[in-house]
Design a protein around this ligand. Sequence first.
Ligand code: FAD
Ligand code: SF4
Ligand code: SF4
Length: 399
Amino acid sequence: MEIIVNKTKCTGCSICIKHCPFNVITIDNRLAIIGEGCTYCGACVTACPFQAITITKEEKGPHTDLSQYKGIMVFGEVRDKKLASVAIELVSKARELANQLKTKVTTVILGEKVGDLAEEAIYYGSDKVLLYDDPVVKEYRNDSYSKVLTDAINDHKPEIVLMGATSIGRALASRVAARIYTGLTADCTELDMDMERKILLQTRPAFGGNIMATIECPNYRPQMSTVRPKVMKKGKRDEKRKGEIIKLKPGIKESEIRTKIKEIIKSGTITVNLEEAEIIVSGGRGLHQPENFKLINELASLLGGAVGASRATVDAGWIEHFHQVGQTGKTVAPKLYIAVGISGAIQHLAGMQTSDIIIAINKDPEAPIFNVATYGIVGDLFEVVPALIKSIKKIKGMD
Ligand code: FAD
Ligand code: SF4
Ligand code: SF4
């Protein structure tokens, strides 16, 4: 990539200086000069009233030369100092695909004091781990993680890159794919190889889950996918497996990162990560009042599960967006999903219908949620849920 200031167009007005988040522009002799540290974010290009700045992208970069790209790279997402379950699932899947392709698996791990996780990735099937153990990547931030992963891909040239379709994975994958000019298939539920053409077949639900689309990226490399948590099986953990751990420094300084994390405040409600929860109890507009989410919280807490919600309740401000399940919220596939006072609109079903067991509680026997439910309870949630809570407490000896 290259950033150029057109000498004949630039008037030296200095407007671009104020817009550069990285303070790398100076004016010399009425001409804007772009200094070191430019991230090609494009803010100055948009800001310049004289269209004097252009960023050029290599149209025929090395990423189109498919023969240079080998191996499978997995983003080893870290949650609470542990490899996220989805990262382990993806390392296991990558191992399976790599065996077919007769190639290697590399996992990229970023964080602070996360050295132990490198071995964990190897136990599940990684051949190599690129370990960025540094305070600058302690927490996920778009600038730092996108830069590090883009550098790792450019240096190691994997033919396939896999990430979890979590909030972090989704934010990161789209940014990295744009930086390296390749395609991205988001939210996959199936991955396979066309061995004849050596192409990754990336399958994902489309049109609200009504069809399954298999997407290919034949002309660019790497082939990138985000994969929903819990759809791939974790492989066997083998402590005898050996691999190479490469310790690297992130190629970005704290001063180059636009976001500063001052404090991380956990949500006041149940904090289990929705995408990885085995049990989810979700509330809908049938709760009538935000305060009635306490019923959902109590049931979820008794079952050791997480709290989900329909968009109607999120839009009404009853609960934070973090809890929303569905097309514009989280995609979940727990062992047990309990939908309480949720009608079952197609956009909600798109985010939960692959759950193992679905229990629907709704007073309307015609509610579409019953079409996907394993068990349906037609009744008033204000009678059914307290009765359930009472029974569970009794079973647990909490009465
Ligand atoms: P309602 O549809 O109002 O259903 C409430 C249900 O509660 C009814 O079935 C009713 O019978 C039942 N009920 C009422 N009182 C009781 C009671 N006392 N006991 C038992 N049952 C009772 N929605 C999502 O959830 N997630 C998404 O990601 C999402 N994305 C969307 C994206 C787009 C582009 C659009 C257009 C919509 C999206 N929606 C999404 C909204 C979706 O279409 C529905 O409007 C929404 O899911 C409805 O939420 P609900 O089921 O809580 O409310
Ligand atoms: Fe030059 Fe445009 Fe920057 Fe003004 S805003 S100094 S014209 S590049
Ligand atoms: Fe600054 Fe972004 Fe322009 Fe580079 S592209 S000079 S980082 S505003």
